[in-house]
Ligand binder design. Structure first.
Ligand SMILES: NC(=O)c1ccc[n+]([C@@H]2O[C@H](COP(=O)([O-])OP(=O)(O)OC[C@H]3O[C@@H](n4cnc5c(N)ncnc54)[C@H](O)[C@@H]3O)[C@@H](O)[C@H]2O)c1
Length: 359
């Protein structure tokens, strides 16, 4: 067997342990270094996960020749600069969602990874939910026929304290948005993967309850490039938490699923067919022995295979930017009250005023 791939983790915050566990569980990976500008946090994680090297800045870590992959788990608006620096140093990059928060920074990340011949992958773990994989397969084999509607509803609850738990949360400059750019980007990525690329959006977006700059609630109607319509809803101000729900309607039937499983699987030509049996979504936080079914593990594994096979990661930079481009178009539409073509939105921090009423 080949030598294990050597990973470094940059950012020792909330999501970092998920990466550390995924790398530790993989037989062809080892976690060699941890970086945080807060050295105490880096040391604490190093102790907990037995990580041999600790750094207070990424620049120092990038000098380590044996490190091959850098997992970036810092606040969203810092993904770009760190990813570009890692690519320039010849390291592959696996970055947390969202890929970045502006179009320009996403382009720079993608261009730099291509220029230096390194991989760029992004963590959108919802794509690996067993339900989502089964729906993707059904759509691939055209079970629904021509798509009519692709809707995603993400109604979450985040308390006011959540937004105070780290200074970057709820800011245009570093979070890049709220209910959509932070939480909702997962479901939007999943819906685009299933229903196809979005051409244009009309939207409302505003902080309806929370004392934050960015939206806690947004609603958009979308037109997919394949002609279907859809609704994207996201909020962090609904109590109790409703989770996410995905609805796909085609000329030959309907598939509806949520975080718990399938809610409808109804096909016109096979009315007796029931939804496929799928395993329930697993979380390594609950059962470490199930780690290989966890989304982070799957994406670490995919990065290792992408390097070995010299192919793009399944969630490449180009794939990962699509959901962010849709969100930027939603913000622009919310600000202007106009339909916005995806890919033509301005940077969100350039125009902070948003529509739909204040807090
Ligand atoms: N995939 C998921 O389900 C998921 C879940 C949570 C967070 N995330 C994403 O992960 C990223 C981090 O979120 P979090 O909740 O862990 O944030 P956090 O605030 O808990 O942690 C971020 C860490 O990065 C460190 N940091 C900041 N700037 C740095 C720099 N220049 N160099 C080194 N370290 C630096 C901070 O000190 C902090 O420890 C965000 O982009 C977020 O969207 C993804």
């Amino acid at each position: 067997m080949a030598d294990p791939i050597s990973f470094a983790l940059v950012g020792a915050g909330v999501i970092a342990p998920q990466h550390a566990r995924a790398i530790a569980a993989h037989p062809q990976a080892k976690l060699t270094a941890i970086v945080d500008k807060d050295l105490d946090k880096a040391r604490k994680m190093a102790d907990e996960f037995h990580i041999p090297r600790v750094f207070g800045s990424m620049e120092e870590m990038l000098k380590e020749d044996d490190i091959q992959v850098v997992n970036i788990t810092v606040p969203s608006g810092l993904h770009g600069s760190l990813s570009v620096a890692a690519s320039q140093a010849g390291k592959h990059v696996l970055v947390e969602k969202p890929l970045e928060i502006t179009s320009e920074k996403m382009t720079a990340m993608i261009d730099m990874s291509r220029k230096h011949g390194v991989k760029l992958g992004c963590i959108y773990q919802r794509r690996f939910m067993p339900t989502a994989v089964a729906v993707k397969e059904a759509l691939r084999s055209n079970r629904l026929g021509k798509l009519v509607l692709g809707d995603v509803y993400q109604k979450y609850y985040r308390s006011p304290e959540y937004y105070k738990s780290a200074g970057w949360r709820g800011t245009w400059a570093v979070d890049g948005g709220g209910a959509l750019m932070n939480q909702g980007v997962h479901g939007i990525d999943l819906m685009l993967w299933l229903a196809g690329d979005v051409e244009s959006v009309f939207a409302y977006s505003a902080p309806l309850l929370r004392d934050i700059e960015v939206e806690d609630t947004a609603v958009a109607v979308v037109k997919y490039k394949n002609g279907a319509f859809g609704v994207i809803q996201g909020t962090t101000s609904v109590y109790p938490n409703q989770g996410a729900r995905y609805e796909l309607h085609g000329e030959n039937g309907t598939i509806v699923f949520d975080d718990e499983g399938f809610r409808q699987w109804k096909l016109l030509d096979r009315p007796d067919e029931v939804a496929p049996e799928v395993e329930r979504r697993v979380s390594s936080k609950i059962d470490p022995s199930q780690m290989d079914k966890d989304g982070h593990y799957i994406l670490v594994d995919d990065m290792i295979r992408a390097i070995a096979e010299d192919r793009d990661p399944v969630v490449s930079g180009e794939e990962a930017r699509k959901a962010v481009d849709v969100i930027l178009a939603i913000y622009e539409s919310g600000r202007t009250g106009r339909e916005v073509i995806v890919g033509q939105a301005q940077a969100s921090e350039a125009a902070p005023g948003i529509s739909g009423g204040g807090r």
